[in-house]
Design a protein around this ligand. Structure first.
Ligand code: SF4
Length: 761
């Protein structure tokens, strides 16, 4: 029988800390997966769901966007995938009775973990203006409330339509269609906070903001560089791919301020060596780099490659690239001393990396937030592209760029048009297909949307999934901004903090999860998603909905559109609600690469989207070539007595969803308010292990932000660098502290001081 949700918030002020682990997965991963699954779903449901997740006739894991191999295992999921499924398919329910018992003010005092553990939302809930608690409301009334506020706006740009990366392709396409027919491009999404820097850098340099690598390429690579990424927690099945690559002779270089268990050794639960043996060592060379030192590292590596006879692929450069001369001139000025300062690495470590790079004919660079969430993230990723172009490592098997996406369909949402800066060609196609003139002025991304809410310019905030106030920076500012809205609406499966930080009035609209059957007028429907490598496939729920009052995301958009746009809209919203194939037919005519969508996605495993640089070494950039770039090298520094802090996830966390209070691989149990500090730095700061400190971020405008009461954990971080979990530390990141060009919150390099404090009572 599934477990009951926690009644009180578990005490978290005294985490147990042991030594970090040096291997990921193995039997403990199976044990944790089954424990969480049983707690949430019980035995029968656990079997029903976990044997269907990521299967060709099953549903797509609502976790990360790591692709499925063509040949699937019976258990084609990882520990964190099991947790994501269990949290969605939980038997726990949040009913109107729950809301009657818990005023919003009480819920606002609860931790994100506690809110998430209460279970699935069952009915539309409305918080009336001036009321202290949510009450049940009919769907029709809910759509009336939203339509009323939207129609009362003086301009459509006073509305913001946010998207979290779990939204299916079909729902995302309808959502952007509705927002644009309503008249705005205010379509911020979680990409703005994660891989926007990748999109900006890749679009400029290779002409498409997506990775050029397929799963098979990993097995064909001579060298894989994993930079600023922790796959053991954030993309765990990537470890299986790295293990398979290693078996084929691939070498792995890891570039990270933290030694992560998942990159040291993988105990694959799918084989005996992983279950009973020592597993597989993954990393051949670990470069424990200082936060934000990656651009300097790749710049020096590029200089050293240039200085190596015959190392440069001159034929590829001559035929396929632009801007080489500028790049070469600049790269040759890279300075050893400055690079060693910026990276904190030793000369011999970089020389070892160079030897491995020169020995590799086919090189792939994988990265995640460790590269994208810095002020200079875009030039850093462009330097990675320079690095790959130099030896022709784009557009051939076993080579290329591999930004690994965090949310299961975040890439698909962007492909469907969820973007505040849509391409004119996309808007032209939309206009041709639907006969209305979409807005051409760029809309608001996440940071600009918060400013607009703060400044009273945005009045209606609508979120398709996600947990906006916990995912965003500058928590106090953001929460105050959201509270200035007239109306906040959240389409959600589970309770989270964004439901209790509301506008003058608020709605919670409960929706179907990926695991659940979606029946519409024409029968059972399936949705589609796009993974991190551009593979599009179907996802079919298998469970009965958590409540008879749920609507699917497409149905919610279609009913709202009919109510808000009224009879003037000629878009066949009802047809779309009744049969998602009708949505896909339209997608096939508007979105490049989706021709014959319904036919091709019906094939088991789906299809691969085109990627010109990968497929035929053509680069749809402004120059028609792959662009070398020559940006000045930047890297963050911290004054004496200060540290550089990065915000990150624990192993029991997926984005802002907290599955539990442990971070097993890092040796932390039952606590999240911890700060990882190098023992020598902590000693120099007079902070013995186990003492407490406030984290205070300091800014050039003299402002400060404080996050109180963190347990100091002596941890083998890079010198001068510390780490702590978000969302607890998002309060330290000012709204304006963003990456240049991409405007992504720069949460990976904050200058902080640690103020010793008494241990919490
Ligand atoms: S690797 Fe990602 S997509 Fe795959 S099962 Fe794990 S969480 Fe889900």
């Amino acid at each position: 029988m599934a477990g009951k949700p926690p009644t009180g918030d578990p005490v978290q002020d005294a985490p147990d800390v042991t030594a970090p682990q040096h291997a990921a997965a193995g039997l403990p991963a199976i044990a944790h997966s089954l424990r969480v699954a049983h707690e949430q779903m019980g035995v029968r449901r656990t079997a029903l769901t976990l044997l269907k997740v990521n299967q060709k006739d099953g549903f797509d894991c609502p976790g990360c966007a790591w692709p499925e191999p063509d040949k699937r295992h019976a258990a084609e999921f990882c520990e964190n995938g099991a947790k994501a499924v269990a949290e969605e398919a939980t038997l726990r329910r949040v009913t109107p009775a729950f809301f009657a018992e818990h005023p919003v003010a009480d819920l606002a005092e609860r931790s994100g973990y506690w809110l998430g553990q209460q279970g699935r939302l069952t009915q539309p809930m409305y918080l009336a203006e001036g009321a202290d608690r949510y009450e049940p409301v009919t769907w029709d009334r809910a759509f009336d409330v939203i339509a009323g506020e939207l129609q009362a706006l003086t301009t459509p740009d006073q509305a913001v339509f946010y998207t979290s990366g779990r939204t299916s392709n079909e729902a995302a396409f309808l959502y952007q269609l509705f927002a644009r027919e309503f008249g705005t491009n205010n379509l911020p999404d979680c990409s703005n906070m994660c891989h926007e820097s990748s999109g900006s850098a890749l679009t400029e340099t290779i002409g498409i903001g997506k990775g050029s690598v397929l799963l098979e390429d990993l097995y064909k690579a001579d060298l894989i560089i994993v930079a600023g990424q922790n796959p053991g927690t954030n993309h765990p099945r990537m470890l299986s791919a790295l293990e398979k690559a290693k078996a084929g002779g691939t070498k792995i270089i890891t570039v990270n301020p933290l030694p992560e268990a998942g990159l040291e050794r993988f105990k694959n639960p799918q084989n005996v060596r992983g279950l009973a043996g020592g597993g597989t060592a993954l990393t051949d060379l670990f470069l424990q780099i200082r936060l934000g030192g990656d651009q300097a590292l790749f710049r020096l590596l590029n200089r050293l490659v240039l200085e190596t006879e015959g190392a440069v692929d001159t034929a590829f450069i001559a035929e396929h690239t632009h801007g080489y001369a500028d790049f070469e001139r600049t790269a040759r000025t890279a300075d050893w001393d400055e690079t060693l300062r910026a990276t904190g690495l030793r000369r011999e470590e970089i020389e070892s990396a160079l030897r491995m790079i020169l020995a590799s004919r086919r090189t792939i660079v994988c990265w995640a937030m460790g590269l994208t969430q810095h002020k200079h993230a875009v030039p850093t990723i462009k330097e990675v592209v320079n690095f790959l172009l130099l030896r022709g490592n784009i557009g051939r098997p076993g080579a290329g760029v591999c930004p690994v996406r965090g949310h299961s369909n975040v890439q698909g949402d962007r492909t469907m048009g969820i973007f505040e800066r849509p391409a004119p060609a996309f808007l032209d196609a939309l206009e041709k297909e639907f006969g209305f003139a979409p807005p051409r002025e760029h809309g608001l991304d996440v940071v600009r949307a918060i400013r607009a809410l703060r400044d009273g310019q945005a009045k209606v905030f609508f979120a398709m999934g996600g947990n906006f106030v916990s995912a965003t920076p500058d928590t106090d500012v953001t929460e105050a901004a959201v509270r200035r809205a007239r109306l906040t609406v959240h389409v959600s499966t589970k309770l989270n903090r964004s439901h209790v930080i509301t506008g003058a009035h608020a709605l919670i609209l409960p929706t179907l999860g990926r695991t659940e059957r979606d029946r519409q007028h024409t029968g059972e429907q399936f949705v589609t998603v796009e993974d991190s490598m551009g593979m599009v496939h179907a996802s079919r729920g298998r469970l009965a909905p958590a409540s008879p009052h749920l609507l699917s995301e497409p149905a919610i958009v279609c009913r709202l559109a009919r109510r808000a746009l009224g009879p003037t809209s000629t878009t066949p919203w009802e047809d779309f609600e009744n049969d998602y194939a009708a949505i896909r037919d339209r997608i096939s005519r508007v979105v490049p690469g989706f021709h014959d969508f319904n036919t091709r996605v019906a094939r088991p495993g789906g299809f691969t989207l085109p990627h010109a640089p990968r497929d035929n070494r053509t680069f749809p950039t402004t120059t028609g070539k792959a662009n070398f770039t020559a940006a000045p090298v930047e890297y963050p520094t911290a004054p004496e007595g200060r540290l550089l802090l990065q915000t990150l996830r624990s192993h029991d966390q997926y984005n802002t969803t907290i599955y539990g209070l442990d971070d097993r691989y890092r040796g932390i149990k039952n606590g999240r308010r911890v700060v990882l500090v190098h023992p020598d730095d902590a000693t120099a700061l007079g902070l013995p292990d186990g003492t407490y400190a406030d984290l205070v971020s300091e800014w050039t405008d003299g402002s400060e932000r404080r996050a109180p009461g963190f347990r100091v954990v002596h941890y083998p971080t890079a010198r001068g660098c510390a780490a702590a979990y978000y969302p607890e530390t998002n309060v330290l990141v000012p709204l304006d502290h963003t990456a240049d060009t991409s405007n992504t919150p720069a949460s990976k390099s904050l200058v902080v001081r640690l103020e010793p404090q008494q241990a919490p009572a």
